[in-house]
Design a protein around this ligand. Sequence first.
Ligand code: PLP
Length: 444
Amino acid sequence: MEALTSVHLTQEEIPKYWYNIIPDLPAPLPPPLDPSTMQPLNPAKGERLFAKELIRQEISSEPTIKIPDEVIQAYHMIGRPTPLIRARKLEEALNTPAEIYFKSEALNASGSHKINTALAQAYYNKAQGTERVVTETGAGQWGSALAMAAGLFDLQCEVYMVRASYDQKPGRRIMMETYGAKVRPSPSDNTDYGKSLLKQDMNHPGSLGVAISEAIEDTVKHENTRYCLGSVLNHVLLHQTVVGQEAKKQLEMIDRTPDVVIGCIGGGSNFAGFAYPLLRDKLKGKLDGTRFVAVEPTAVPSTTKGKYEYDFGDTGEMTFLVKMYTLGHKFTPPPIHAGGLRYHGKAPSLCLLINKGLMESVAYRQTEVFAAAKMFARYTGIIPAPESAHAVKKAIDEALDAKAKNERKVIVFNLSGHGLLDLSAYEQFNANKLVDYEYKPLSN
Ligand SMILES: *Cc1c(COP(=O)(O)O)cnc(C)c1O
């Protein structure tokens, strides 16, 4: 079939299973460790924090896991399957022989990919009788996705929102409150950990690592409450594989084999969800020539400058230990606008794949990222989320490289979300006021 400008699937073509990469990895995934014993975590301990089925999925080695019908119905309602779009006008503007395709997770009702796992997590919690779900959010995309899913599945929802975003980005907070969630600025006076930080600094700006610690403390102190996490963990990446399975089918429909597959990484879930169903072919000896590239900010360079070692997932040391590329759990990321990329670590399976050379990673400064985003907006009409703009920048660089070499290559990337609630970042960029931040390693 001729490569159309956008490729759509019917509702019946939505994936019926999530793809679990764990059994296909080139080496066993190092297990999460209990920090008190340094022994592999007892899964039963995880059930106080997470829904039982999510813990089962977290450690599952089944190659696929069936998506419940209720979750598929919810996927339909919020706008799945999403289209694969060819950025023809962008190709023309760049005067490149390359073809640029993106999967638009911006086009669902919540505005980002995070709803794909939020719906699953809300469903499993409701099914086991949980009454209340608690989480943290940085820029607010995850919090608003979980608030929306909790509303749909009739659960109470409480969100600890990093104070800097709570003050600067009222849009996402208002969204969460409209869906019925309770939102608190973190650090808050609702937890002992939050109180201890406020005592040191009344104006503490908060961070994702701090907000996670507060959400966990809240969860363990309340009955019938469970914690939900929007990235990093295996089960979150698993749920995101609806994105890549759809994209794979869409590429097959137009008879295209990707040369390079790109996504931004905060915790790693949107890129893993997009890339793993394609990477599966590479792990099985097909798609040999395809490259997979993860993009992160130079200000938070977990995979390009971090260490591959066991670390905590949060600042307050309440989580278990996972082996990942990390900048250290006490690292406070600078206030770049891509709030979803301000996290010290990355998902263990993604880190293993980078470590084994099956994925590459690259880092960009936010000013060059916004310049790319502005060009993309002009030629596609979509204003990317500042996070997704990192993938846009890499896609444009690949297209320019193809032009220099006169190569006809197929570039595909995941547009993880839109930036319509991040307009103040664009306002700063347009006014030439956006600055870059150097990475300052933790001294220890
Ligand atoms: C949260 C977020 C990210 C980063 O998280 P991942 O788990 O790495 O996907 C990227 N893009 C958008 C739009 C987000 O909301």
